[in-house]
Structures are given as C-alpha cells and as structure tokens.
Design a binder for this molecule. Structure first.
Ligand SMILES: Nc1nc2c(ncn2[C@@H]2O[C@H](COP(=O)(O)OP(=O)(O)O[C@H]3O[C@H](CO)[C@@H](O)[C@H](O)[C@@H]3O)[C@@H](O)[C@H]2O)c(=O)[nH]1
Length: 271
C-alpha cells in the first residue's frame, strides 16, 4: 500500500461514530489511510478500532493515550507519527461526520493538483455554510475568525477550521514541539504558523454539518484559550519571528527520535 495519504482523527467518546467513519474512509476512492488518536475514551471507542484493524492491518492505525490530553497534542502526536512513517499528505478530520469524508478528495486535489501547501475545508468562503449548529455557536465561530484576522492579519476566512490537508513539508518546516495550544486555538496556531513560514494556503468551500451522534467537547476553557491565545501568538510573532525548522528532518535520526517520542509520551501506545 502506497504511504501517500493519512487521515488523522482524534477521538474522545466517539463510539457512536467510529465504525461508520472507518467504513466510510476505507471505502473512499483514493486509498486514504486512517490514524485514530484515542484519549482513553471510557465508552470503548478504541476497542472498536482494534477490532477493525484485523480487516485493515496496513491501513488503519491506532495510538492510545491514557487520558484526555486535548485535541492539539493528539494532532501533534499524529503529525510526528505520520512523518516518521513517510506519509506525503497528512489530513486532519473530526470523527463525528461534521466534516464530510468525501471532501478529503477535494482537499487532496488542492494540494496535489493545484500545488498548495495547506488546504483548509472552509465554512465561510461564501456566506455561512454551517448546518444545524445553534445560532450562538455559529456566531461565535464566525466572529472568532473575524477576530483572528483583525488581531493577526491571517488571510483565512475560517481560522478555527479543523478539516485540512498538509503537505508533509509544512509539518516538517514547523517546530512542532513549539506549538503550544491544546484546544481549538491549536487550529488557529497551526494556520498562523504555516502562513508566517510562507506556505501557500488555499481555502476549499465545505458544508459543515453538526454531529447527529455523540456530543461536542467544546468548553469555556477552550474558548478562553482561543481569545487570549490569539493575542499572545501575535505578540510572540513580533518578538521572535517564525523561522523554518532548520534541522534536516525532525525525524531524520529515526531510532533515536523514536526513543525521544516514546519518552515524551510515556502514556501512549501504538498499534
Ligand atoms: N484524542 C482527543 N480527541 C478529542 C479531544 N477533544 C475533542 N476530540 C475529538 O476532536 C474532534 C472534534 O471535537 P468536537 O468536540 O466534536 O468539536 P466541535 O465542537 O464540533 O468543534 C468543531 O469546531 C471547532 C471550531 O470551529 C473546530 O476547531 C473543531 O476542529 C471542530 O471542527 C472529535 O473527533 C472529538 O472526538 C481530546 O481531548 N482528545
């Protein structure tokens, strides 16, 4: 199996969605592989992933962490694993079908055919393409993007979007260990860092449909982190401008780097 595309999906209590998600991604045209980062979901999400691995031993992967450590650190763990395993196109996607897996193909094409470094599935290119979110959540999300643009200048209409395709070099070019946010502010920080490093970004219009199964993990803490985080990110970028990661590759020395990764996340196991 060609190690070209890997879709990273963080999960916390997604037992009602995970089986359908695996089936959908595995049957999608284009050979997308799937990496689930589960944070010890008490509802048994990881158990279902493990059962499915028997059918897709070379395409479905699972990293289990011992507790709920946040969306941001889950993705950073997944990015490092994906680089380590030589993937070229690395995707972020939610587990709950708010992102339509069929749109993975459009994100891939924006990078592969059109040559962009980072493709973002965007809700706010033409109006507001969000279905079934309460009006308060839509307004918060929309104005979060306006706020981010006002403070930082980031030329992206959907700053908190969590549906993306990165070319490998974007993630290699970042100092992933310096990414500091763990909630949805992580999504802003990743885009801001890619933009500051000069990568080419394309927003691809998508329709975001609220989950019909399970619950959102949005909290007041996550909201606060985003509000204050944007200001601190902007100040940090003035004090010490972003620079490309100059080490040959963050994972060039594989055995020793693997050891480092294991030491960093002693509470995780990879299947
Ligand atoms: N491993 C792990 N996964 C997590 C955690 N918190 C959330 N997740 C997983 O991350 C995905 C998104 O979480 P939701 O809680 O469903 O997000 P949302 O409220 O629908 O938020 C959406 O909108 C945000 C703001 O626009 C986006 O930033 C976000 O990515 C997402 O698209 C889901 O697959 C969920 O299981 C965590 O601490 N650990």
């Amino acid at each position: 199996m060609l190690k070209e595309k890997i879709v990273i999906v963080p999960t916390y209590n997604e037992v009602e969605n995970i089986q359908e998600l695996i089936d959908t991604v595995m049957f999608l045209e284009g050979d997308f592989n799937l990496l689930i980062i589960d944070d010890g979901s008490p509802d048994g999400t990881a158990k279902i992933v493990k059962e499915n691995q028997k059918n897709y031993p070379d395409r479905l992967f699972l990293i289990q962490r011992k507790g709920k450590l946040g969306l941001g650190t889950a993705y950073i763990t997944g990015f490092k694993w994906s680089i380590q395993n030589d993937y070229q196109y690395i995707f972020e996607m939610d587990a709950d079908f708010s992102h339509n897996p069929a749109d993975l193909i459009r994100l891939y094409e924006a990078c592969h055919k059109d040559g962009f470094d980072l493709a973002i599935g965007s809700r706010y290119i033409t109006g507001v393409n969000v279905v079934n979110w309460p009006i308060g959540r839509v307004l918060m999300s929309y104005f979060a993007s306006v706020y981010v643009k006002f403070i930082t200048g980031l030329p992206v209409k959907d700053a908190t979007a969590g549906f993306k395709c990165y070319k490998r070099r974007v993630l290699e070019g970042m100092k992933l260990d310096k990414i500091k946010f763990i909630g949805y502010a992580f999504q802003i920080e990743m885009k801001f860092t890619a933009w500051k490093l000069g990568f080419q970004i394309k927003e691809v219009p998508i329709i975001f449909t609220d989950r019909t199964k399970g619950t959102s993990k949005m909290s007041k803490g996550i909201f606060k982190e985003a509000i204050f985080g944007v200001i601190s990110m902007k100040i940090k970028s003035i004090i010490s401008p972003y620079k490309l990661n100059q080490s040959e590759s963050i994972l060039s020395d594989q055995p020793s780097k693997l050891r480092e990764l294991e030491q960093e996340s002693p509470a995780s196991s990879i299947d």
